[in-house]
Write a protein that binds this ligand. Structure first.
Ligand code: URA
Length: 205
């Protein structure tokens, strides 16, 4: 008899990653360079979810390697979380953009694209089974919890994902990069670091 494990039902993370390479579940694959699947430890205790790959991630084929990713790495390091021991992914796995001259301007994924891509996030959650999922911004909240919520109202709280995984809600690191006033930026960065301290504690439970 075959054991009823997530791997037996869904395949390994590596197999799921291979399947996602040729994903056509929504139209975003048409213009993106490639699928940017999650990366990290298959036994990770924390699973971070961003919005979608940006311009640099689309080219590199890896999540959070551009400016927001560098800030994210820096704060994790300061807090003492080793990113390589976590799993980092996005709600939507293809870059959505509007061409403007030679530039590609990030465009927000819509509800249908988030729903279509939930297929992959669902498999990542089921195979990794983290102690805590971390929603980085509103798109990740929508994907994980299944509802639209104003981040300002729910930030710092722990909700449940559709499948019952605890989800800590915080802002997206790109929000920190966009704050024009230096004092505000410093304060928000500290709040984000405090949220990451919570994650560090929850990873050990
Ligand atoms: N922003 C995201 O949400 N994800 C990435 O991978 C990069 C930037």
């Amino acid at each position: 008899m075959v054991a009823d494990t997530p791997e037996a039902r869904l395949g390994t993370l590596q197999q799921v990653r291979e399947d996602a390479r040729v994903c056509t579940r929504c139209d975003l694959y048409r213009n993106a360079t490639q699928t940017v699947f999650g990366e990290g430890e298959s036994g990770a205790r924390a699973l971070f979810v961003g919005e979608q790959p940006g311009d640099q991630e689309d080219v590199a084929g890896r999540p959070f390697v551009g400016p927001a990713g560098r800030l994210f790495d820096k704060i994790l390091e300061e807090v003492g979380i080793d990113r390589t021991k976590t799993y980092v992914t996005n709600a939507v796995k293809h870059f959505k953009f509007e061409p403007r001259g030679k530039r590609r301007i990030h465009s927000k994924p819509n509800a249908g694209e988030i729903r279509a891509c939930r297929w992959w996030l669902d498999r990542e959650l089921a195979l990794i089974r983290p102690n805590i999922a971390v929603a980085l911004g509103a798109t990740a909240v929508r994907a994980l919890v299944g509802k639209s919520m104003a981040i300002t109202k729910v930030r710092g709280s722990i909700m449940e994902s559709i499948e019952g995984v605890p989800v800590l809600i915080t802002v997206h690191p790109s929000f920190l990069l966009r704050i024009p006033d230096e004092a505000d930026r410093r304060r928000e960065r500290e709040r984000f670091a405090a949220d990451m301290h919570k994650v560090k504690t929850l990873m050990k439970e």
